[in-house]
Design a protein around this ligand. Sequence first.
Ligand SMILES: *Cc1c(COP(=O)(O)O)cnc(C)c1O
Length: 376
Amino acid sequence: MNPKIYLSSPHMGGSEKDFVAEAFESNWIAPLGPHVEAFETDLEDYLGEGSYIAALSSGTAALHLALILLGVKKDDEVICQSMTFSASANPIVYQGATPIFIDSEADTWNICPEHLERAIKDRISKGKKPKAIIAVHLYGMPFKVNEINSISQKYNIPLIEDSAESLGSSYDGQKCGTFGDLAILSFNGNKVITTSGGGALVTKNESQKKKAIFLATQARDDAPYYHHSEIGYNYRLSNVCAGIGRGQMQVLDDHIALRRKMNEFYFELFQDREGVTVFKEPSDRFYSNHWLSCILVDEKRSGYKAEDIRLELERSNIEARPLWKPMHLQPVFKNVPFYGEKISDDLFLKGLCLPSGSNLTQVDRDRIRHALNKFI
Ligand SMILES: *Cc1c(COP(=O)(O)O)cnc(C)c1O
């Protein structure tokens, strides 16, 4: 059997081991140390726009702290894109608040501005103004930043940008992660860069960054003994993991270029195929890191389903996966309000994520092309 080709696997640049060795030699094997701060600086320089970074143990932890910083409490409502990974929505529930899910629009697959505004008006008319909006740049594709930002400003509801999948993507030349009142990044094993596990909160000022780090390190007040006036969390990134992150930052842009090449590879493969479309930027205002390359299969025109392709690839030991199943279709959220039509339902039925890693070789691409032969 050929070795397995994964959707998106870790891709080390080479210097990560040196940074980790440095952590061992200096004995900074802790959730603090010089790599943590240096990794934060690397990310601040990369994002620009006066961003401040708090390095954390996961993207989920970053979202949780974002909600706490915005004062989200029990029985509040928080708007969230329905088509996403569950980690976008779960922290709302950690706070005892209720998610309000919004459908996608067809161009970017992200939160639909019309349904978003309709939902906000409806919640306000019910006496519940939402406390925050969580919008996601899914698969690296920026959401409609102008439209979403102006709704956030018009109703004065803070925007949390879930940039877990979109480090290096941009809109009108400005990096994703710098548009929201707060934003989050993820460095999980399958993301564009990885620290094995990790994440970050992006803030607009130093006091928010400090507050996030305070909450992430058990909310210890300034005293020689342990003194607490707030509930804290153990959410800081470890110095060893941050060392991996510093190495990954050196190759981030190269790896994005390779992911974009994978997207081009699929585009060329399927371009003459009736009924199969490769997910691309709707205009040149959008620049996607193409974290995952995805296709939509219209069975009526193609004669086969996305699932047929998935099974065929599986027979060749190649991983492919349906798109994120929208949150409004998840049993755990079955009683949660949803505003939309069936755009995300339809995307889920027709979509498929294909192997997209920056470490895929020509041999891998030949195997993928060969396995897809009967569809192309
Ligand atoms: C990966 C991911 C997260 C969560 O990040 P973790 O670091 O895995 O906790 C949140 N939102 C989206 C859209 C993601 O893809």
